[in-house]
Design a protein around this ligand. Structure first.
Ligand code: AHG
Ligand code: MN
Ligand code: MN
Length: 339
């Protein structure tokens, strides 16, 4: 139950501001802007089923706005909010081919953070009323403040992240994020438009009983992954495990973090690097996972150690409860190195 004794996200951000190194309030303002954009997108996602009634794509709605696909809408809202508030120097998004450079008009307050974002994750689930999400990742730029941002500011390994989080637009809407001091989850009270701290200090259970993978691709997986899936299905000890796959990374991850489980998007014979994007899907989720006592692997290496080479780079992704990821790693190591 959420009542007035629960801390709001706004209060939480102010209370925790002083714990950041070099804190100038900039990161707090940035999280605040994301909170605001999340509420706007949430409002739109919630009326997705009304699109036909209010006017389809390509038509003009009652306010004279053109109806857009929701992922385009979410992209614009997040970018607009961050741009208008002049709190970041650059943005990269799944929906944009190139990164966006933002010059602050205020010479005194040149911004030092870049944001990478998947504005709407699981967008194929919208039409069928299934949970979708937003994922964000924040870095301190490495090129000098006050100059235009460069590609290298975005191509940093995930371990450099200053903050990361996601919003899940589910049966309720939650914002979950970390600034490197654990993971906290906030639930939106839609009547008040306020996020409340509902899930303090979230942790993956060390063991889990859920595996999440698109098993339709089984035939294309590496032998190591196939062997692990068979292991999950064996009758032995606490197995067989339960299979749960929504097809929205955010929602699958969120459930697994609460209940204990592993999420897998392996590479396959048809998909050389898997499907998920390193910079705005895997890295932020890996940072959250590690902060919540879980693990995230790309198959051979820790996700957060990978040196990115491209903005929209894809990598295989295995993430979740510590003991489950370690077990999977044993199968993969056997496959890769024969040990
Ligand atoms: P997006 O909607 O941002 O393109 O991401 C979809 C991703 C991810 O959310 C999900 O886990 C995965 O695609 C599902 O892929 P499959 O349909 O291939 O299983
Ligand atoms: Mn996505
Ligand atoms: Mn997306």
């Amino acid at each position: 139950m959420i009542d007035k004794r629960h801390k709001t996200l706004g209060e939480f951000i102010i209370e925790n501001q002083s714990s950041f190194q070099y804190s100038s309030g900039e990161l707090s303002k940035l999280i605040n802007a994301i909170r605001l954009a999340a509420k706007v997108v949430n409002h739109e996602v919630n009326k997705a089923g009304l699109v036909d009634i209010l006017g389809g794509v390509g038509e003009t709605n009652i306010q004279g706005e053109r109806q857009q696909k929701l992922d385009v809408f979410a992209n614009e809202k997040f970018i607009q909010t961050l741009k208008n508030r002049e709190i970041v120097c650059g943005i990269a998004s799944e929906e944009e081919d190139d990164f966006i450079s933002i010059n602050s008009s205020d010479e005194q307050h040149q911004n030092k953070y870049v944001v990478l974002i998947d504005p709407l994750d699981g967008s194929s689930n919208i039409d069928v009323n299934v949970s979708v999400g937003t994922i964000f990742s924040i870095y301190r730029r490495i090129t000098p403040v006050g100059t235009p941002v460069q590609l290298e500011d975005f191509l940093q390994p995930g371990k450099n992240q200053v903050a990361a989080g996601y919003i899940v637009y589910g049966t309720s809407t939650m914002l979950v994020y970390t600034t490197g001091f654990g993971v906290n989850g906030f639930t939106l009270n839609p009547a008040l438009g306020t996020f409340y701290l509902s899930h303090p200090n979230m942790q993956f259970p060390e063991n889990g009983k859920i595996y999440s993978v698109n098993e339709g691709n089984y035939v294309h997986f590496l032998q190591g992954v196939k062997d692990y899936i068979k292991y999950c299905q064996e009758e032995e000890g606490d197995r067989p495990y339960t299979s749960r796959y929504i097809g929205s990374l955010v929602s699958d991850f969120h459930r697994n973090m609460i209940k204990g489980g592993i999420y897998m998007y392996p590479k396959s014979s048809v998909n050389e690097n898997g499907k998920l994007r390193l910079l705005y899907e895997c890295n932020p989720m890996a940072f959250i996972a590690e902060q919540a006592n879980g693990l995230a692997s790309g198959g051979r290496h820790r996700i957060l150690d990978i040196e990115p080479t491209e903005l929209h780079q894809r990598v295989p992704f295995f993430c979740g409860s510590k003991n489950m990821v370690e077990k999977l790693q044993e199968f993969l190591d056997k496959h890769y190195y024969g040990k």
